[in-house]
Design a protein around this ligand. Sequence first.
Ligand code: ADP
Ligand code: MG
Length: 398
Amino acid sequence: MSPAPSARRPIIKDRDVFGFGYVPPDLPHRDKQLARLYSMFSQVVERSIPQTAFVTGGVGLGKTVMAKKFCSEMEEAGRKAGKNILAEIINCRNFNTPSSVLHEVITRRFQDHLQIKGFSVPDMLTILRKKLEKDHAHLVLVLDEANALVKESGCDLIYNFTRFDENSSGAQGHLSLMLISQFDVYQWLDAATTSTFKRANTITLPPYDAEELTDILIQRAELGLFPGTWTKELLEMIADIAAGESGDARRAIGPLGDAARAAEERQKDRITPDLLQRAHAEEYGGLPLERLDGLERHQLLALLGIARAMRKKEFINTGDAERAYHVVCEENGEKPRGHTQFWKYLQKLDSHGIIDTRTAHEGTAGTTTQITLHSITPSRLADMVAKVLAQSGRGGKD
Ligand code: ADP
Ligand code: MG
């Protein structure tokens, strides 16, 4: 009988913390970049002088979350200075034509979708300019994933935005522009557009290293999880993995949230390393097929046994693995090799980076060797191995 739900100890304190789009109170290891942005845009707040900036960097390096923080800080700074600053982020993957971008900005800010339907791009630019003038407002427009707009529609809109205040008198203006892209969009902009874009205002975000990711994870864990359900070592483990891959914060935060949910579902009182590894593998795992190259038939049979046995457990010991190997051999009409030989198979699979074997202490029973998988889920691995075995056939290499 399963225990009543009330017997469960909750793991997750605040689900939103792991949700898409959550903005934490501060951004560890992005304070320097944010400070640079604020200083670039200080003249916007103080004197309404238009500015341009470009933020670039790989996936999951905090571009979007920085932009969100930046936008709310800009509006706040405007309020404090008695200026009407509007800051808006448009994701150009969703709005990749000039008219859809303009339509979105105007309707979001001025709830005017009925009136602007069917207008041309120049008309909409005029409407936007007039509205901003009327409200004495300065719009800080962030085009996130700007490459999607440029790719689909060229750089006309960006050009128009950089000349937005051309006809107004003085240095003051109504529109500042920030482009965000994983790629260097400068190379796609034409000379007329880049001439008004300050290339020096480029911020390139570096990938996070393991220590930085650990800090980011500690922040999330403190905000979203109950104390005692996680340890720093646990977070370091996933931070190491994510840093080794690409330094993408999403690859660290996502699995932590998933592992927390899995721990709750399994009525655990804390998040275990295995749940975390599994959550990471589930989302990002994948083992190159080449890793299986050069494995003999019985090594593959042993691996299939391990993969199957791991479907139901977080980790298995060598005894479980050997029993599973025997079952697989029987199914395949093979005579299982002896115990010593099986150990050699395990060593081989470990050295190929497919499984991970480590010694664990098991109460009074002494030590045991535990097996876990590297960056792949048991069911995916089982499918992969079964295919390779089927291809090699019964008369395959041994
Ligand atoms: P990008 O836009 O560069 O692909 P995001 O800004 O979407 O990356 O960041 C990916 C995830 O990592 C988001 O959940 C974001 O909140 C989080 N994140 C990124 N950098 C930080 C940071 N320095 N501190 C806290 N969370 C971060
Ligand atoms: Mg982004």
